[in-house]
Design a protein. Structure first.
Length: 173
């Protein structure tokens, strides 16, 4: 059972600009940076309210084929068009991971800044796949926040495509 992060950041570590825009992200038409292969090994996705709202705002069909669980204290009912695509969850990262792992979801994709930060605080991230876009935003929504203890990761793979760097890290305990 593993919990994964697959995300892009700016050079200065932001996952969205100060207005929560993602317009600085390049198009992935030429290279999906391994996303399709990554998503094949995932059983379910856990995301926060902000990420869910962001995905819903895109002018595309629902992009996920895997079960999606939205962690929210503010959403009490899902919009009708997402009721068969998304489930709501509440609880600590440990409770969420245990519940989903018990239900047979072995490999979880953890997505969204606050959710990722909370899973890291409870040492529940096994692998980080971070694609770094060569732009400095100066401010925005950070990927990382303060931790109680140091966490060691080992870089097991790196690739560079058109000046964009992707690093794959595994947690070393």
């Amino acid at each position: 059972m593993k919990n994964y992060v697959f995300i892009a950041t700016s050079l200065d570590g932001y996952i969205a600009d100060i207005d929560e825009n993602l317009d600085w992200l390049p198009s992935c038409e030429d290279d999906d940076f391994g996303y399709e292969g990554f998503i094949e090994k995932i059983d379910a996705i856990i995301m926060g309210t902000n990420t869910f709202n962001m995905v819903c705002s895109f002018d595309v069909e629902w992009p996920y084929t895997k079960p999606v669980f939205v962690v929210s204290n503010s959403i009490t009912e899902l919009p009708f068009e997402y009721k068969d695509k998304v489930s709501l969850l509440k609880g600590s990262p440990q409770e969420l991971a245990s519940k989903l792992h018990t239900q047979g979801y072995s490999n979880l994709y953890i997505d969204g800044g606050i959710i990722i930060q909370n899973f890291l605080k409870e040492d529940l991230i096994d692998e980080l796949i971070i694609t770094t876009i060569p732009i400095l935003l100066g401010t925005g929504k950070p990927l990382f926040s303060q931790l109680k203890n140091r966490m060691n990761f080992e870089c097991i793979f790196s690739k560079v495509v058109k000046g964009i760097v992707q690093n794959h890290y595994i947690r070393v305990k």
